[in-house]
Ligand binder design. Structure first.
Ligand code: PEP
Length: 246
């Protein structure tokens, strides 16, 4: 089974209207690599404008609420993202799990709501440093998948992003052997939970300090189908080489 490479930029809480020019440059540069799927997830405030400014580009949210509407001040629902022009959403990022107390059940509900709204999903998992050091990283991540993967998720519309928390924004990266072990274990867990065919079709991205220097090695590792990129996704100059490496 050949899985198309997928490179997704997570702008986090960065970007004003002026940054739309950079998004245009990123998507224009990506056109040179038609075999790679490229997406950007800007802050909510830029989703509609970016989707309008770059027609046909894959633009996504960084989170969504599990409900379609209601009294949830400050939240954004999946149908609202779709209505604004988004085609995907990140759920379960560690900055949401840790900073906003999101549980696996919360993440599962958000992923299900996003799929129901017609969005694709990037479902994030990953262990803290202490868990990595204790030797329990694989068990920890597989438990996150057991708790947060919705039933019957279409593998064409849901990708897993493995992001060790200690590698996010730190410049630290696991060894290629550790990445291969984790991604292989995730694929085996997906087979157990969703069936062999779905597991083969579902993309598993690596995230955590990916840059133009390490992307080729990481993206060439077994069972790594792409990258979720934070800091290096803000400019075409830094993101372009990662797309090229994919
Ligand atoms: C992220 O936050 O998803 C991420 C991978 O960040 P960075 O690339 O900056 O480590």
């Amino acid at each position: 089974m050949t899985r198309r490479k997928y490179v997704v930029g997570n702008w986090k809480m960065n970007g004003l209207t002026a940054a739309l020019d950079e998004a245009g440059a990123i998507f224009a540069a990506a056109e040179a690599y038609p075999s790679v799927d490229v997406a950007l997830c800007p802050p909510f405030t830029l989703v509609g404008a970016m989707a309008a400014a770059v027609p046909g580009a894959a633009v996504g949210g960084q989170d969504c609420h599990a409900a379609d509407s209601g009294a949830f001040t400050g939240s954004v629902a999946a149908p609202m993202l779709a209505d604004a022009g988004a085609t995907l959403v990140i759920v379960g990022h560690s900055e949401r799990r840790e900073g906003f107390g999101e549980s696996d059940a919360d993440v599962r509900a958000k992923a299900a709501a996003a799929l129901a709204a017609g969005l694709s999903v990037i479902l994030c998992v990953g262990e803290p440093r202490a868990v990595r050091e204790s030797g329990e990283a694989i068990a920890y991540v597989l438990a996150q998948i057991a708790g947060s993967l919705p039933d019957d998720a279409d593998p064409a519309r849901l990708a897993i992003a493995y992001e060790p928390i200690w590698a996010i924004g730190t410049g630290l990266v696991p060894t290629v052997a550790d990445v291969a072990d984790m991604h292989g274990a995730i694929r085996a867990k997906l087979a157990e939970q969703a069936g062999a065919a779905a597991a083969q079709a579902m993309r598993i991205l690596y995230g955590g300090s990916v840059n133009g220097d390490n992307a080729a090695e990481l993206l060439g590792t077994g069972d790594v189908d792409g990258a979720l990129v934070g800091g290096a996704s803000l400019t075409a100059g830094k993101f372009g080489p990662i797309v090229a490496a994919a």
